[in-house]
Design a protein around this ligand. Structure first.
Ligand code: NAP
Length: 255
């Protein structure tokens, strides 16, 4: 049987690729053979991660600075990718922000900022990648949702949960609209994953215990826990799947 997970010859863009999860996913795609473009807000950070992945995997990589809320910036970047590599097979949208605010006093400007990056940014990246993939009649888009896209949560997360609910519906709707164009749109829905931004939770035994207790498998997720799912959704192994979110959550959303 052919290697269903092989990504040799594929070209992938990982937006938010210099972030904790983005770097792990970009490394995973490169390990399975893809050429990987690391795209993030700051070019220097993207280039650093791109170099690291190249050194670790031997894959061809490139690091670019892109603001996903700026359509022109995304358009220029993806056109450059096509110019350099000849095509775009895979786009992972792993950028994101959370601004925790009490819902009674949620400042509108914070609401706008979080929606700008998480929702508008995701739609812009899907739209720009989708147009290129439509011309190719093939492509795989993977959005980063969250268990918070289908489960409410306390602690000032009204904005974040709402944006991830929107990512869920962007994923499903584009999957249906673009299925006939050969473009698959799926999502990964992680529970808490330890990254530089959430490391303080792992470092605090009491907090770590509290978060782990909410997970049936009894532990907090690590970035490596998401890699197999991303490779699966990017590859032919998931060729008849679109519009799905795979929750990588130790059983959290099953309970
Ligand atoms: N970690 C978790 O527990 C968890 C759980 C479920 C879902 N998720 C989702 O998974 C994704 C990745 O999360 P993460 O934990 O890896 O977060 P992260 O480490 O903060 O990575 C997110 C990246 O997005 C970048 N970014 C922010 N605004 C941007 C913009 N306008 N244009 C381009 N890039 C931008 C950030 O750059 P700067 O750092 O320079 O701002 C950062 O490098 C997010 O969508 C998040 O909501 C995370």
């Amino acid at each position: 049987m052919k290697d269903l997970f092989n990504l040799e010859g594929k070209v992938a863009v990982v937006n938010g690729g210099a972030g904790g999860i983005g770097e792990a996913l970009a490394t995973g795609l490169a390990t399975y053979g893809a050429k990987v473009v690391v795209s993030d807000l700051y070019e220097e950070a993207s280039q650093k991660v791109a170099e690291k992945i190249k050194a670790e995997t031997g894959a061809e990589t490139m690091g670019v600075g892109v603001d996903v809320t700026d359509e022109k910036s995304v358009e220029d970047m993806m056109q450059n990718v096509v110019k350099k590599f000849g095509k775009l097979d895979i786009t992972v949208n792993s950028m994101g922000v959370n601004i925790k605010r009490d819902a009674f006093d949620y400042p509108v400007e914070d609401w706008d900022k979080i929606f700008d990056v998480n929702v508008k940014g995701t739609m812009i990246c899907c739209k720009v990648a989708g147009r290129i993939m439509r011309d190719q009649k093939k492509g795989a888009i993977i959005n980063l949702s969250s268990v918070r896209g289908i489960r409410g949560y306390t602690g000032g997360n009204a904005g974040y949960c709402a944006t991830k609910g929107a990512v869920e519906m962007i994923t499903k709707t584009l999957a249906v609209e673009w299925a006939s164009e050969g473009i698959r749109v799926n999502a990964i829905g992680p529970a808490l994953i330890i990254t530089p931004g959430t490391k303080h939770i792992q470092d605090n035994p009491e907090l770590a215990k509290k978060y782990a207790a909410a997970v049936p498998m009894g532990r907090i997720g690590q970035t490596e826990d998401l890699v197999g799912t991303c490779v699966f959704l990017a590859s032919e192994a998931s060729g008849f799947m679109t519009g799905q979110t795979l929750f990588v959550d130790g059983g959290m959303t099953a309970s």
